[in-house]
Design a protein around this ligand. Structure first.
Ligand code: A2P
Ligand code: MG
Ligand code: MG
Ligand code: MG
Length: 398
């Protein structure tokens, strides 16, 4: 049984000792309150006590929340800017790198006694040459502004080199042994640019299995977004999180108390609504139309960007999520790891189009047969049959 006790920890000690990769001492004068669990989860298998991964979850929530603050600042400035800069990709670049730097920096600092491995989407290659200097300067300012104003007041300013090093922590190959953090610093960049949905998606792999996931969705309404529901209230900003065997939860991004979430219990596909990519280039809308017609789904699809779809599904806004990328596209683990554990812990099932479980243990890529489908346990057999029929029809029409 784990004991929760309040412990005061000096950030200066924590962020500067042990395995830290930061050459420059980082001076934190702020004190943090952390839970100290007497049941060490790190070396006792994937499912240990009921308090397993508690300190990792706290660190992940903190990292994703701070990264979300940075992204919100950039998106706000982007949406206020003129038409010219809206077609300019640089704001999202700055937010992508900044988000990755913050998550890397916070995780490494919060968990100093653990070896740190991060599999993340971005790397600093494009920032290192002469042409990247202006962007790197903007990222460095943004990260420093965010950490100063939002949480880690009192720390000494990070240099551009600190930032590139934090970003490049993300080069790990992951795999089936040990622990690896998995990060998409902005999932749904197209949605981010449009002012729509995006997510900061962070998960932890342990011995090849996803054991923890956090999804920060800054623009997702707190109220349901399903096509069957009346929209009520316009408050936005959700944080979903789940630890293996302990259920899935949602709270507001600004930190309200958590609520346990469950997938929809709908067994009748005629009552089900479904989610898919906003961008037809990311997932075939024709195929999902064929599948949902076979099932008898009556309402039109809810199309939104990013793993916010997994979050919405985990709280029952809809019943089905279909994703069929076009030929040649290879899925990456950071595009599904966090969403997958959130929806699974909420009672759902995520498989590839052939019904195989998703295997996150093979490195940076996630090799799947044809696509990814998600629904509740009761509907999955029916959905799999419809998917198989539609895929066969598509193959024979080619
Ligand atoms: N051609 C593509 N097909 C499918 N997914 C893509 C493609 N290009 C990028 N993606 C990634 O897939 C996800 C988009 O999914 P969705 O349509 O559900 O928002 C994002 O993670 C996006 O990456 P990124 O993280 O850079 O935005
Ligand atoms: Mg992504
Ligand atoms: Mg991304
Ligand atoms: Mg990308």
């Amino acid at each position: 049984m784990a004991v929760c006790s309040l412990r005061v920890i000096n950030f200066r000690t924590r962020y500067c000792s042990g395995e830290s990769k930061f050459k420059k001492p980082i001076n934190f004068s702020r004190f943090a309150i952390r839970f100290n669990s007497s049941s060490s989860s790190s070396s006792q298998g994937v499912i240990a006590s009921t308090m397993a991964y508690e300190k990792e979850l706290a660190a992940a929530k903190k990292a994703a929340t701070l990264a979300a603050r940075l992204c919100q600042k950039v998106q706000k400035a982007l949406l206020q800017s003129d038409v010219h800069s809206k077609s300019d990709k640089s704001p999202v670049t700055v937010a992508d790198y900044g988000s990755q730097a913050i998550v890397s920096f916070v995780l490494e600092g919060e968990l100093p006694s653990e070896p740190f491995s991060l599999v993340a989407e971005e790397d600093s290659g494009d920032l290192r040459g002469e042409s990247g200097q202006e962007t790197l300067k903007r990222i460095t300012e943004l990260v420093n502004d965010t950490l100063t104003s939002e949480a880690l007041d009192g720390f000494s300013t990070l240099t551009a080199e600190d930032i590139t090093r934090a970003i490049d922590n993300g080069k790990s190959e992951g795999g089936s042994s040990g622990r690896h953090w998995v990060l998409d610093p902005i999932d749904g960049t197209k949605g981010f640019l449009r002012g729509d949905q995006y997510a900061i998606a962070l998960a932890l792999l342990h011995e090849g299995k996803v054991v923890l996931g956090v999804l920060a969705c800054p623009n997702l309404p707190l109220a349901s977004i399903g096509s069957n529901q009346q929209h009520s209230g316009n408050e936005v900003g959700c944080l979903f999180f789940a630890t293996v065997g302990e259920g899935a939860y949602m709270q507001t991004l600004d930190g309200s108390s958590k609520t346990r979430v469950h997938v929809s219990a709908t067994e009748n596909p005629e009552e089900a609504s479904f989610f898919e990519s906003f961008e037809a280039a990311h997932s075939s809308h024709d195929l999902s139309k064929s599948i949902t017609e076979k099932l008898g789904v009556k309402v039109p699809p809810v199309r939104i960007d990013s793993q916010a779809k997994y979050g919405a599904l985990s709280r029952g806004d809809g019943t089905i999520y279909l994703r069929f990328p076009h030929k040649g596209y290879r899925e990456k683990i950071w595009d599904h790891a966090a969403g997958c554990i959130v929806v699974t812990e909420a009672g759902g099932v995520a498989t590839d189009a052939a019904g195989n479980p998703l295997d996150f243990s093979k490195g940076r890529f996630l090799d799947v047969a044809s696509g990814i489908i998600v629904t509740n346990q009761k509907l999955m057999p029916q959905l799999l049959r419809a998917v198989k029929e539609s895929l066969n029809e598509k193959a024979s029409s080619l």
